[in-house]
Design a protein around this ligand. Structure first.
Ligand SMILES: Cc1ncc(COP(=O)(O)O)c(C=O)c1O
Length: 396
C-alpha cells in the first residue's frame, strides 16, 4: 500500500472531509441523489465503464462523493485496497459469502458465528446447494483436515457471538493461504482499531458498521474490506444485487469515525472495570471477557488484539429461567435489546446455537454491553439486581 502520511488519530479527524476551498464546511454534507449528469457523452461513457471503481461518480447506486470518502477512510483503517459499503452488517456478510460460493461448493463456518450469519448459510446458501460445514472455532491449524478441493471459503469471527472464544486467526489463515482458500472474518467487535485481520492474512474483513463505527444506535451499515481481484469480485456482487447504504447513514458513519478512538478507549477501560467487578460477585461462575483468563483464547486475544470492546458474556451459577428474567428486568440502566456498540448499556440472556461443538456450560449465559453511563451507577444497578439470582436450587 502507498505510504499514508497521517497517523490514525489524525486520519480519523482529517480524512473524509470536503475538498479544500475557502469557506468550506467541516463535514461532508448529506449527499442525496440518484441521477448524475455529464457535459459530454465521452465523460458519461468513461464513468459508465469505470462505475465499479470506488471514486467514480456515475449513478447514485454505485456511490457518491460522501460514500467514496467513507470507503477510503475505512480501507485505510482495515489496511485494504478498498472497501465496499452495504445497507447492514448482515448484507455485508451475506453478499460476501454469495460472491465466494456457487452451487456444489463447500463452505467452512465457525460454530460460534453471529446468528444471522448461520441463518443465511443454513437457508439461502444451503438452498442453492452450498454444503455448509460448521467447525470448532478453537480448531486453529487443525482446519487443514476439513479443507476439501471444493472448499470455497472459510467464515469465522472473533470473539464468538455470545460465547466470546478467540480463535487462532493466523493459524487458520496460514493453512487457508497455503491451500488457496479465501478467509472471511467478522471484525465487528474489535473494529480496525483493536484488530487488523488483513495483516494476519485474512482475505476479507466484514463488519457491522451499525455498532461502534456509527456508534450511536441510530444507523445501519455494512463494511466489506478486501484487496485485489477478490475485493473487486465482491464489490461487483454488491452492485449486481443493488445494495447500498443511505445518504444519512454515510453521514452518520463519517461522523462516528471522528470519535471512534475515544469511544473504543473508553469501552475498553469501562468494560474491563465492569468485568473485574462482576467477576468478584458470588453469583458469577465464569467471565467470558477476552481479557479474562477464563475466556477461551485469552492468550490469543493478548497476542492478536490491542484492546477489548465493551461487549462480553457472564455465566451465572445455575438458576431458573424465572430468576434470570427477574434479574434482567430489575436492571434500570441496562436496556433489553439486540445489537450493541452504541452509547447505552444493554443486557440480554443468550442461548448459544451449536452444531459442531456443543455448548456444555452449566449455568446461565447473559451478555452485557457497557455504555457511557457512570460506572458506579451501573455497578449499583447490578448490585441491586444480582440477589434475584441467589436462590438457585443448586446453590442453596
Ligand atoms: C458480530 C456481528 N456481525 C454482524 C452483525 C449484523 O450487523 P447488522 O445488525 O448491521 O446487520 C451483528 C449484529 O448484531 C453482529 O453482532
Amino acid at each position: 500500500m502507498p505510504q499514508d502520511p497521517l497517523n490514525i488519530a489524525d486520519h480519523l479527524v482529517q480524512a473524509g472531509r470536503p475538498e479544500r476551498a475557502e469557506g468550506r464546511h467541516v463535514n461532508m454534507p448529506i449527499e442525496l441523489g440518484s441521477t448524475m449528469v455529464f457535459d459530454t457523452l465521452a465523460a458519461f461513457e468513461a464513468a459508465r465503464d469505470a462505475r465499479y471503481d470506488s471514486g467514480t461518480v456515475y449513478y447514485g447506486r454505485y456511490g457518491n462523493h460522501a460514500s467514496f470518502q467513507l470507503e477510503a477512510m475505512l480501507a485505510r483503517l482495515e489496511k485494504a485496497d478498498g472497501v465496499t459499503l452495504t445497507s447492514s452488517g448482515v448484507a455485508a456478510i451475506s453478499l460476501t459469502l454469495l460472491a465466494l460460493t456457487r452451487p456444489g461448493s463447500h463452505l467452512l463456518v465457525a460454530d460460534h458465528v453471529y446468528g444471522n450469519t448461520r441463518g443465511f448459510c443454513d437457508t439461502v446458501l444451503a438452498s442453492q446447494g452450498v454444503d455448509i460445514e460448521y467447525f470448532d472455532p478453537m480448531i486453529g491449524g487443525g482446519i487443514t483436515d476439513l479443507i476439501r478441493p471444493d472448499t470455497a471459503a472459510i467464515m469465522f469471527e472473533a470473539p464468538g457471538s455470545g460465547t466470546f472464544e478467540i480463535p487462532d486467526i493466523p493459524a487458520i489463515t496460514t493453512v487457508a493461504r497455503a491451500k488457496k482458500v479465501p478467509t472471511v472474518f467478522d471484525n465487528t467487535w474489535a473494529t480496525p482499531l483493536f484488530c487488523q485481520p488483513l495483516l494476519m492474512n485474512v482475505d476479507v474483513s466484514v463488519a457491522s458498521g451499525s455498532k461502534y463505527i456509527c456508534g450511536h444506535s441510530d444507523c445501519m451499515l455494512g463494511i466489506i474490506a478486501a484487496s485485489g481481484p477478490l475485493g473487486e469480485k465482491i464489490r461487483r456482487m454488491v452492485m449486481a444485487i443493488g445494495d447500498k447504504p443511505g445518504a444519512q447513514e454515510v453521514f452518520l458513519a463519517l461522523r462516528g469515525l471522528r470519535t471512534l478512538r475515544m469511544r473504543m478507549a473508553y469501552v475498553d477501560a469501562a468494560g474491563r472495570d465492569m468485568a473485574n467487578w462482576l467477576a468478584k460477585q458470588p453469583q458469577v461462575k465464569r467471565m467470558l471477557h477476552p481479557a479474562h483468563a477464563d475466556c477461551p483464547g485469552h492468550a490469543l486475544w493478548q497476542r492478536d488484539f490491542s484492546g477489548a470492546a465493551g461487549l462480553f458474556g457472564v455465566v451465572f451459577h445455575p438458576c431458573s429461567d424465572a430468576q434470570i428474567r427477574s434479574f434482567v428486568e430489575t436492571l434500570h440502566h441496562f436496556g433489553i435489546g439486540v445489537s450493541w456498540g452504541g452509547y447505552e448499556s444493554l443486557v440480554l440472556p443468550v442461548t448459544p446455537t451449536r452444531t459442531a461443538t456443543p455448548w456444555v456450560e452449566d449455568g446461565q449465559l447473559v451478555r452485557f454491553n457497557i455504555g457511557f453511563e457512570d460506572p458506579e451507577t451501573l455497578k449499583a444497578d447490578l448490585a441491586a439486581a444480582l440477589p434475584h439470582l441467589n436462590s438457585a436450587p443448586e446453590r442453596t
